[in-house]
Design a protein around this ligand. Structure first.
Ligand code: 5GP
Length: 211
C-alpha cells in the first residue's frame, strides 16, 4: 500500500498524537485514588494495605482542619491555617484541593512524581470533588470507591469512632449522600461489609495495578 505525501503526513501526525496519549496514560498508570464517605472504612483498609504490600506509598494531604487526638503533623496530615492553605493554592502547590465539611483539603504536588518515577503505587485518599479533578488531570489513573453497606451503618460507625462532634457528624452524613451518588465514576467499587473480604478485593486490585 502506498500513501500520498499529504496522507503520510496525516498518518505520522495521528501516530504521534497516539504516542503522546499513550505516554500520558503511562505517566499515571500507578496512581490510585481511594474515596469513601467519612467513616466508610478506607483508613483501616489503606493501613492494612501499607502493612501488607510493598512498593505502595500513601500521599500525605494538607488540611486546614484541627488535628484530632493522636494525629501528628506530617504523618496524618500537614496541618495548616486557612491562610497558609490559600497561599499554597496560589503557588500552585496542590495537584487538587477541595472544601469538605467546612475545611480545606489538598494533595501536595511535591513527591507524587518522585514516587511515580520510582515505580511505586501512589495512593491518594481523597474525597469525590478532588477525585473528579484528578481523574481529568491524570489520564490513565485508577480509582476505587469504598462503599459502606448502608447510610445507617455509616452513621453508627461515625458515632462509634468518637472523634467528631454532633455538628461534624451531621455535615459528614449530608456529604455522604452526595458522595454515594458519585461512586459510579470510579473504576472499581468495593462494598465494605466484611473487612477481610473488602481487604482481599482491594489488595487484588492494587496488585493488578502494580504489575
Ligand atoms: P477527615 O477530616 O475525616 O480526615 O477527611 C475528610 C475527607 O477529606 C475524607 O473523605 C478524606 O478522604 C478527604 N481528604 C483527605 N485528604 C484530602 C485531599 O488531599 N484532597 C481531597 N480532595 N480530599 C481529601
Amino acid at each position: 500500500m502506498t500513501f500520498s505525501t499529504g496522507a503520510s503526513h496525516k498518518l505520522l501526525y495521528f501516530l504521534r498524537n497516539c504516542a503522546t496519549l499513550l505516554s500520558m496514560e503511562n505517566e499515571y498508570e500507578k496512581l490510585v485514588i481511594i474515596s469513601s464517605p467519612s467513616g466508610g472504612g478506607k483508613g483501616t483498609l489503606i493501613k492494612k494495605l501499607l502493612d501488607d504490600v510493598d512498593g505502595v506509598w500513601l500521599s500525605v494531604s494538607a488540611t486546614s482542619r484541627q488535628p484530632r487526638e493522636g494525629e501528628t503533623n506530617g504523618k496524618s496530615y500537614y496541618f495548616m491555617s486557612r491562610d497558609e492553605f490559600k497561599e499554597s493554592i496560589e503557588q500552585n502547590g496542590f495537584l487538587e484541593w477541595a472544601e469538605y465539611s467546612g475545611n480545606l483539603y489538598g494533595t501536595p504536588r511535591k513527591y507524587i512524581h518522585d514516587h511515580l518515577d520510582n515505580g511505586d503505587v501512589v495512593l491518594l485518599e481523597i474525597e469525590v470533588q478532588g477525585a473528579s479533578d484528578v481523574m481529568k488531570r491524570c489520564p490513565g489513573c485508577h480509582s476505587v470507591f469504598i462503599m459502606p453497606p448502608s447510610l445507617e451503618i455509616l452513621e453508627s460507625r461515625l458515632r462509634g469512632r468518637n472523634t467528631d462532634s454532633e455538628e461534624s457528624i451531621r455535615k459528614r452524613m449530608q456529604a455522604a449522600e452526595f458522595e454515594l451518588e458519585c461512586a459510579e465514576q470510579y473504576e472499581k467499587i468495593i462494598v465494605n461489609d466484611d473487612l477481610d473480604v473488602a481487604f482481599k478485593e482491594l489488595k487484588e486490585y492494587i496488585n493488578r495495578v502494580a504489575d
